[in-house]
Design a protein around this ligand. Structure first.
Ligand code: PMP
Length: 337
C-alpha cells in the first residue's frame, strides 16, 4: 500500500450470529469500522476529495471545509493529511466527545456550534457552507466545501466500492440490503450499485425516531416524531444523494429495539459498534422476517463503539434518556488480585 488511503474499503463481511440464527437468514455486516478512520465515512471522504481534485478545485495545502456529525470529518481529515490538505470541521456540540477528540488529534481545525434544525441559518451544515465561501477568498491555497449531503461523489463512492464489494463477497448471492440514512450516500449508493447487478435485490431503509424519511417513503410527507440517541443518522429532507432513489421497504426503529442489539453484539460476538449499527441490524432483522428464512441480507457496521463510550455505553447517560441499562454495564469485576 502506498498510503493510508489504500487501506480504505475492501472491508470484511461478517456473519452476525444471533441475528442470523433468530431469523433463519444469513445476516451479514460490512465491517466499516475497520476503515482507517473507523467508519463508513472514510469512503465518502476519499471520493469527495478525489472528485474535487479531478475538477481542479484543490491545490496543495488547500482547505477542505465540512459540516459533520464527526465521522465524515474524520474520514476527510485522514485522507486530507495523507494528500497534503487541511480540514476545517464544523460539528454540532451534541456529538460525542470521543469524535471531537479524534478530530482534534488528527489535526482538524474544529468548530463547535449549537445543534439547531436544518431550516435555521445557524445549522452546522449551513455554517460550514458559508465558512467555505469565506475561506475560498482568504486562504492562500483556496478552500472547498465537501458538502457531503448534496455532493453525489459521496454516493458514487458506494456505487463503485461498497456495492461492488458486497456483490463480489457474496458471489452475487444477496437478496437484500438495509441501512439507516445520514446523507443517504450509503443507502442510495449501495442500492443503485446492487440493483444494476440484479434488480431483484430488495432495499430497505431503517429510520430512527426523529427522522422524517420513514414517513416520507410510506405517506409522501416529510414528518418527524420522537428522538434517538444514535449519531450520524436521522435525516429530515431528501438530499441530492437520495434523489432518484426509493426503497422497497421502510422501517422505523426505536432505540429500545436497536440498542439491545448493539449491547448483545459486544458481549456475545466481540463486535464493537455504535448506535447507528443497531438501527441497521434491527432493520436487517425486520427485512429477514419480511422475506422469510433462507435469504441473505447485508447491512453496515457503520463505526467503532469506543466512539460512544461516554454516551451509549455510559449507564448515567442511558438513565438520563430513560433507556434501560444492561446489567453487565454496572457489574463489578468478579476477579480481584
Ligand atoms: N452511521 C454513522 C455512525 C454515521 O456517521 C453515518 C454518516 N453520517 C451514517 C451511519 C450514515 O451514512 P450516510 O451518510 O452514508 O447515510
Amino acid at each position: 500500500m502506498r498510503s493510508v488511503i489504500d487501506a480504505i474499503g475492501n472491508t470484511p463481511l461478517i456473519r452476525l450470529k444471533r441475528a442470523s440464527e433468530e431469523t433463519g437468514c444469513e445476516i451479514l455486516g460490512k465491517a466499516e469500522f475497520m476503515n482507517p478512520g473507523q467508519s463508513v465515512k472514510d469512503r465518502a471522504g476519499l471520493f469527495i476529495i478525489r472528485d474535487a481534485e479531478k475538477r481542479g478545485l484543490l491545490r496543495p495545502g488547500g482547505v477542505i471545509v465540512e459540516g459533520t456529525a464527526g465521522n465524515t470529518g474524520i474520514g476527510l481529515t485522514v485522507v486530507a493529511k495523507a494528500l497534503g490538505y487541511r480540514t476545517v470541521i464544523v460539528i454540532p456540540d451534541t456529538q460525542s466527545q470521543e469524535k471531537k477528540d479524534a478530530l482534534r488529534l488528527l489535526g482538524a481545525e474544529l468548530i463547535e456550534v449549537p445543534a439547531v434544525p436544518y431550516k435555521n441559518p445557524n445549522n452546522y451544515v449551513k455554517v460550514s457552507g458559508r465558512l467555505a465561501e469565506q475561506l475560498a477568498k482568504s486562504e492562500p491555497n483556496g478552500a472547498i466545501w465537501a458538502n457531503q449531503f448534496d455532493n453525489v461523489a459521496n454516493r458514487e463512492g458506494h456505487i463503485r466500492t461498497t456495492a461492488a464489494e458486497i456483490w463480489q463477497q457474496t458471489g452475487g448471492k444477496v437478496d437484500g440490503f438495509v441501512s439507516a440514512v445520514g446523507t443517504g450516500g450509503t443507502l442510495a449508493g449501495v442500492a443503485i450499485g446492487l440493483k444494476a447487478k440484479s434488480p431483484a435485490v430488495k432495499i430497505a431503509i431503517a429510520d430512527p425516531l426523529g427522522a422524517a424519511l420513514y414517513s416520507y417513503y410510506t405517506s409522501g410527507e416529510l414528518k418527524a416524531e420522537g428522538s434517538s440517541i444514535t449519531e450520524g443518522i436521522g435525516q429530515g429532507r431528501i438530499t441530492a444523494n437520495l434523489e432518484d432513489f426509493t426503497p422497497d421497504f421502510s422501517y422505523q426503529i426505536p432505540d429500545e429495539e436497536a440498542l439491545p442489539i448493539v449491547f448483545g453484539l459486544i458481549q456475545e460476538e466481540g463486535i464493537c459498534v455504535g448506535g447507528s449499527t443497531g438501527i441497521n441490524i434491527a432493520g436487517a432483522i425486520r427485512l429477514a422476517r419480511q422475506l422469510g428464512p433462507g435469504h441473505t441480507i447485508v447491512t453496515v457496521l457503520a463505526d467503532f463503539g469506543t466512539r460512544y463510550q461516554s454516551k451509549l455505553f455510559n449507564p448515567d447517560f442511558l438513565r438520563s434518556k430513560s433507556l434501560p441499562v444492561p446489567d453487565w454495564m454496572e457489574t463489578e469485576p468478579s476477579i480481584s488480585v
